[in-house]
Design a protein around this ligand. Structure first.
Ligand code: ATP
Ligand code: MG
Length: 556
């Protein structure tokens, strides 16, 4: 697949609308927004929405606002406001203006008063439960509330007293007066304001009534002059209400709403409510646990913004929901790191090898290229001496046929070094292999042009006296999708083996590796130095992805 990073957004139905709108002069400048609710950390689904909104505006020289949809004080928090900004920036986007729906509370209130004056909104005393019961069904119309025909004066008075804090939570709501018999249930007198005596992370205790999403969102879009308000498919039925609100509130600007399919990825949950449950239940170590599909989790695992953007472009923008294979994500991080990450050696499960014919006390430096596909990354020197570590599973005492790695009497190539031959197997009292004795052939030095004989296996290694100890974290999916498909509650679908910890060694020149340094470990895959847990005493590497997959994204 070509490198998609430099490519424009491929054509999609929203882009086509934008092109038409500009051509017909319906809009002068494209203005989009990304409108997260600050009630959790952003996930990969949000990344899709961010890329779409920012790249669409960018391509047509427009602009994009970051607007916090902070209308629900109970669930929102400044921690989330900050993490969201960090994540959007890290993805590579800079917003034009930073806005908060709560900045518009006064204006939203005044527009609600206007609705009341026009006879388009009323204060209802029914409980949430009763309102739900009266809503009707797809086949039956709803029932009008007994409070629906209150006078304008009474409504103005009650709404002012709602704001003043005279009523308890749930005692009253403000509803739009539209049509209880509408075939579109969203239009059956939707609630516009509810009472919530709760502290808001920005407005403090100034308000005890809060606007509903369906009311606040279109008005916020109009206030900011958003031209194309892009949201996910579940809001399709809300579009008539979106338009009604803008029109009846007599907003000057008329933004339009367009819906696209949300992103779903296999073996992942993609809802802040579920992700929060994983954090609260202690299933993971926090929102940025490398197993989380959050942007911060993926960053910590080792994903790059380039890989996420390329992924978002590749999956495109569609009108029907679909499930994207997680291997598609993995494909893009491999592609991005292929030429960027140095290729070095790490032994994850060490087995000591003594090279009996190598002089004691001697160390030599061997030349190794840093990336065989990218000469510009240069070379390094790695020490080699009498004792090295190899991978436990690169040795078998009684191998099956076609096993080309080390076994008694067999010779293999040590990457960047010499051929060694296994002469002796040392075991402990329980019969476990604890050490191998090998001999090396000085003639076979890597790069010396030796052609005397060939060996079938090449294995990696590190020098035992100088290797740096390291902890490796190997990840598997957090959710087993099979279980989810059976309809089990998702907390019962947690993979108990989603993280494996192994202790081994890396090459000595990696001793100063610091947070977010990325490497390709020969045969093991791509790893990221964990920015939180890695210390000079013990380096911690998160496996981003293994090296190969049989997955072909062009056939996905
Ligand atoms: P969640 O269900 O995860 O809480 P949300 O839609 O409630 O998601 P918001 O903070 O309201 O979260 O979302 C901000 C923006 O991101 C919205 O425009 C929303 O449509 C979009 N978005 C959320 N999830 C996805 C997804 N999976 N794919 C694409 N866009 C998404
Ligand atoms: Mg939401």
């Amino acid at each position: 697949m070509e490198n998609t990073e430099t490519k424009q957004l491929s054509s999609n139905f929203i882009k086509n609308i934008v092109v038409e709108d500009l051509k017909e002069g319906r809009v002068q400048e494209i203005v989009t927004r990304f409108p997260p609710e600050p009630n959790g950390y952003l996930h990969i689904g949000h990344a899709k929405s961010i890329c779409l909104n920012f790249e669409l505006a960018d391509e047509f020289k427009g602009r994009t606002n970051l607007r916090f949809d902070d209308t629900n004080p109970v669930k929102e928090d400044t921690e989330f406001v900050e993490s969201i900004q960090e994540d959007v920036r890290w993805l590579g986007f800079e917003w034009d203006e930073l806005r908060f729906a709560s900045d518009y509370f006064e204006e939203l209130y005044n527009r609600a008063v206007l609705l009341i004056r026009k006879g388009k909104a009323y204060v209802d005393d029914l409980s949430a439960e009763e309102i739900r019961e009266n809503r009707g069904t797809l086949t039956e119309p709803g029932k009008e509330s007994p409070y629906r025909n209150r006078s304008v004066e009474e409504n103005l008075d009650l709404f002012a007293r709602m704001r003043a804090g005279e009523f308890a939570n749930g005692e009253k709501v403000l509803r739009a007066k539209i049509d209880m018999a509408s075939p579109n249930i969203t239009l059956r007198d939707p609630v516009l304001y509810r009472i919530a005596h709760a502290h808001h992370h920005r407005t403090g205790d100034a308000w005890c009534i809060y606007p509903m999403y369906d009311y606040a969102h279109p008005l916020s879009d109009a206030i900011e002059g958003i031209t194309h308000s892009i949201c996910t498919l579940e809001f399709e039925d809300h579009r008539p209400l979106y338009d009604w609100t803008i029109q009846e509130c007599e907003m000057e600007a008329t933004p339009h709403q367009y819906e696209f399919a949300r992103l779903n990825v296999t073996n992942t949950v993609m809802s802040k409510r579920k992700l929060k449950a994983l954090v609260d239940e202690g299933v993971v170590d926090g929102w940025d646990d490398p197993r989380m599909p959050t942007i911060s989790g993926m960053r910590r695992k080792g994903y790059t913004p380039e890989a996420l953007r390329a992924f978002c472009r590749e999956i495109g923008v569609a009108k029907s929901n679909s499930l994207v294979d997680e291997r598609m994500l993995e494909h893009f991080i491999r592609e991005d790191l292929k030429l960027k990450a140095p290729r070095t050696m790490a032994v994850l499960r060490p087995l000591k090898v003594v090279i009996t014919n190598y002089p004691e006390g001697q160390t030599e430096l061997l030349d190794a290229e840093n990336n065989s596909e990218n000469e510009a990354m240069g070379h390094r020197q790695i020490p080699f001496s009498r004792e090295i570590y190899i991978e436990q599973d690169d040795f078998m005492e009684n191998p099956p046929s076609k096993y080309f790695r080390l076994f008694p009497g067999n010779e293999v190539r040590l990457k960047h070094a010499y051929f060694i031959k296994c002469e002796d197997v040392i075991k402990d009292a329980d019969g476990n292999v604890v050490e191998l004795h090998c001999t090396y052939d000085p003639e076979t030095k890597s790069g010396s042009g030796f052609t005397g004989r060939k060996v079938k296996g090449t294995i990696h290694w590190v020098d035992a006296s100088q290797a740096v100890p390291a902890l490796f974290r190997l990840y598997e999916p957090l959710i087993t999708s099979e279980a989810e498909e059976e309809g089990k509650p998702f907390l019962e679908c947690i993979n108990p083996n989603s993280q494996e910890l192994v202790r081994g060694f890396v090459e000595p020149n990696m001793k100063d590796a610091a947070g977010h340094d990325k490497f390709q470990f020969f045969r093991h895959g791509y790893f990221n130095v964990d920015p939180k847990d890695s210390t000079p005493e013990e380096l911690v590497f998160n496996r981003i992805v293994s090296l190969k997959s049989s997955f072909d994204p062009s056939k996905a």
